[in-house]
Design a protein around this ligand. Sequence first.
Ligand code: HEC
Ligand code: HEC
Ligand code: HEC
Length: 161
Amino acid sequence: MSVGLQMKKLKLLLAGLCLTLPLSLFAAGDLPVVPKAKTKATAEYGCVNPIDDMRRNHMDYLLHQRDDTMHRGIRTTKYSLAKCVECHISADDEGNYAEFGESEHFCSSCHNYAAVTIDCFQCHNDKPESAGLSQNSSSPTLPEGHENVASNLALPSGDAK
Ligand code: HEC
Ligand code: HEC
Ligand code: HEC
């Protein structure tokens, strides 16, 4: 590793110590490259909610949506994980999709940068359904918020039925 790169890492580390995580992510000069969405959810602000709000609160929306679906049988699709993926994950020029974990994947672009780990894509498709299914049905137990799902074999389609 070059000295320059080490200095860069040290600077990033210091920046991270000085600011809280979500702020440092967007205040630091060295931002992650976030892939662009395919279309707009609303003409007004692009995503399903204003962008600043989505950057800060998407985790809460996703987890609430999951709770609503799993515990109370409510199926609103506004914060559907399948829909996020459908709109935010596109193929590159050669028709290949980035996998979750690669920095080219929308969700991983920030998460890799901010060292956030999520388990969602062990089960959920990390690509739009049109790209073919790639769900992993070998996960041993369903996570918190999924208690009412009978088995891992009932894989998420995400869309309201
Ligand atoms: C119909 C399309 C669409 C859907 C569905 C959608 N988004 Fe977005 N989202 C956008 C657009 C457009 C933007 C603005 C940035 C861009 O053009 O990529 C955006 C921006 C974001 C950003 C900020 C990205 C940045 O550049 O900092 C986050 C985070 C985000 N969306 C998360 C989500 C999540 C989580 C879901 C599912 C609950 C979701 N989005 C659903 C279209 C969509
Ligand atoms: C062990 C497998 C598994 C893991 C891990 C998992 N889920 Fe799910 N999830 C499911 C199953 C099964 C359903 C039900 C599928 C359906 O009803 O469409 C579901 C449904 C959902 C739904 C409602 C459907 C939709 O697309 O909106 C959301 C939202 C959701 N999960 C979010 C998450 C998030 C966020 C994580 C990570 C924090 C996560 N899930 C992790 C298996 C999993
Ligand atoms: C614009 C950057 C950005 C994008 C894009 C993004 N995230 Fe996040 N996400 C974050 C940050 C930063 C955190 C940590 C926030 C914190 O700890 O306060 C986070 C946290 C989460 C968490 C909670 C993790 C935990 O254990 O607390 C979930 C779930 C999540 N993101 C799901 C997603 C999904 C699914 C996508 C893609 C559809 C996505 N995120 C795209 C920045 C992003």
